[in-house]
Design a protein around this ligand. Structure first.
Ligand SMILES: [Fe+2]
Ligand SMILES: [Fe+2]
Length: 283
């Protein structure tokens, strides 16, 4: 685990950065999430560090790297998201509401609940990394390389730090046998369901704005193509991620046991000193 500082210029990235525009919009909607959830994650992790015993030295160190990685993630997404918001200003109120949701969670809910939500969000990382490294190739032919670099780097690091929040939650709330059952399993699953429902509803609303804005200018055949594109991607996503997401419900769920997606470590090295930042022509 290490902090990498990508240099990616989003000035020329198009909102329709992939040939299947509905796939691109699905990803665009997801891209607006880190801008809000990751600053929130960082706040929750900092609060948790205050109560985590100093004897947990390795975990403290890993949380620090986690925080530094997330800080880079949302900064990069902010650069990309400007391109989306400029073209689709109607998403701004939805984004503002998401930011308010996190302020309310921090204000009104316990640290345990907030950490369970964070772990719920984090458990989406490995399935997403698997999609980006192994299952999206057909959708990425002809795509703008900056958008692909942003996501593969981000999901690579999400995979890399996938155990940190899980270990933290267990260190604070699931040490005893009862804690492992009640908090380590049931409460963790409760946080996952909350995060998935919350972010699922949010990203669906943003995607609707993006896709519907495009569809307003379409003739019948373009509209039919748009619907087919959306259906193809939705089926692909469901087929590959649903089995992964169901594993989170298991009392034996362990993100550390997940196999690394193909080529992930090699890809992340491209974002280290002297690397091409995921964009071969820039190297
Ligand atoms: Fe992240
Ligand atoms: Fe993360």
């Amino acid at each position: 685990m290490r902090v990498r500082l990508p240099k990616i210029d989003y000035a020329n990235v198009r909102p329709h950065w992939a040939p299947n525009r509905e796939f691109a919009h699905n990803v665009n909607a997801s891209s607006t999430i880190p801008a809000f959830v990751e600053p929130y994650l960082i706040k929750v992790m900092k609060l948790a560090k205050e109560v985590l015993p100093t004897t947990e030295a390795e975990l403290h160190r890993d949380i620090d790297i986690f925080i530094a990685q997330e800080a880079q993630h949302f900064r990069q997404h902010n650069g990309f998201n400007r391109r989306i918001r400029d073209a689709y200003p109607d998403i701004a109120p939805l984004e503002a509401k998401l930011g308010e949701d996190y302020e309310r969670l921090l204000r009104e809910r316990s640290l345990k609940f907030n950490l369970a939500y964070c772990e719920g969000f984090e458990s989406l990382g490995p399935p997403a990394a698997m999609m980006w490294f192994e299952k999206y190739d057909d959708f990425l032919v002809g795509a703008d390389p900056e958008a692909v670099a942003l996501w593969k780097w981000h999901m690579g690091e999400e995979f890399e730090h996938r155990t940190v929040c899980f270990r933290l939650f267990h260190a604070l709330y699931a040490k005893s046998l009862w804690g492992r059952f009640w908090n380590g399993w049931l409460f963790r699953v409760y946080g996952f369901v909350h995060a998935v429902r919350h972010l699922g509803a949010y990203s669906k609303a943003v995607r609707r704005v993006l896709v519907d804005t495009d569809r307003r200018g379409m003739d019948a055949s373009a509209l039919e193509q748009s619907r087919a594109n959306a259906r193809i991607f939705a089926e692909h996503l469901k087929r590959h991620t649903l089995p992964q997401l169901l594993k989170v419900f298991s009392p034996f769920y362990d993100p550390g046991a997940k196999p690394e997606p193909r080529g992930l470590s090699e890809y992340l090295r491209r974002f280290e000193k002297g690397g091409d930042m995921g964009i071969p022509s820039a190297g």
